[in-house]
Write a protein that binds this ligand. Structure first.
Ligand code: DLZ
Length: 160
């Protein structure tokens, strides 16, 4: 039986540290752009709502989720950002490709978190179908982009 799902956009504004003066990099994939652009926009809005200046948010796009690893890596190594958010959407198809991309991105982003001092936030949606992705990018389960923005601010406040 499915468990109740936390709404990805729910957060206690009182508990989120101000993003004033913080610099955030967002790398997002163009694959499944209906979803990833909504995630990106959700992240940007939540960062702005919590004090991050527009000029302190840098956006880079990459072709697919697999390229998030390289994009995030370049952003982290530049030392210009207090946190980097990686956004992508992988939808299960008929072949094992889904598993390879998901595992590759997860491992790649995890490695960055261990090797460097800039937190990399995991904004990869991995779903069985388009509807599940829509539900998590501004639909009935909220927007994972919002969750990523709040997570980034929490990580910065805790460790920077
Ligand atoms: C090739 C591919 C496939 C089949 N599916 C997705 C997907 O659902 N989501 C996504 O972000 N990217 C997908 N890609 C593209 C790969 O991430 C990558 O861009 C290519 O394999 C080239 O490296």
């Amino acid at each position: 039986m499915a468990t109740a799902l936390h709404n990805l956009s729910d957060y206690d504004a009182q508990k989120v540290a101000s993003g004033k003066g913080r610099k955030i990099g967002i790398v997002y994939a163009d694959w499944n752009s209906e979803i990833t652009y909504a995630l990106r926009d959700g992240a940007v809005k939540t960062l702005r709502d919590n004090g991050v200046a527009e000029e302190d948010i840098t956006l880079y796009n990459v072709p697919g989720s697999f390229e998030l690893i390289y994009g995030a890596s370049q952003m982290v190594k530049s030392n210009k950002y207090d946190a980097v958010i990686a956004i992508g959407c992988v939808i299960r198809g008929d072949t094992p490709h889904f598993d390879y991309i998901c595992e590759g991105v997860t491992a790649g982003l995890s490695q960055l978190n261990v090797q460097y001092d800039t937190p990399v936030i995991f904004g990869l949606i991995t779903t069985n179908n388009l509807l599940q992705a829509q539900e998590r990018s501004g639909g009935r389960h909220g927007n994972k982009g919002d969750e990523c923005a709040v997570t980034a601010l929490q990580m910065i406040a805790q460790f920077k």
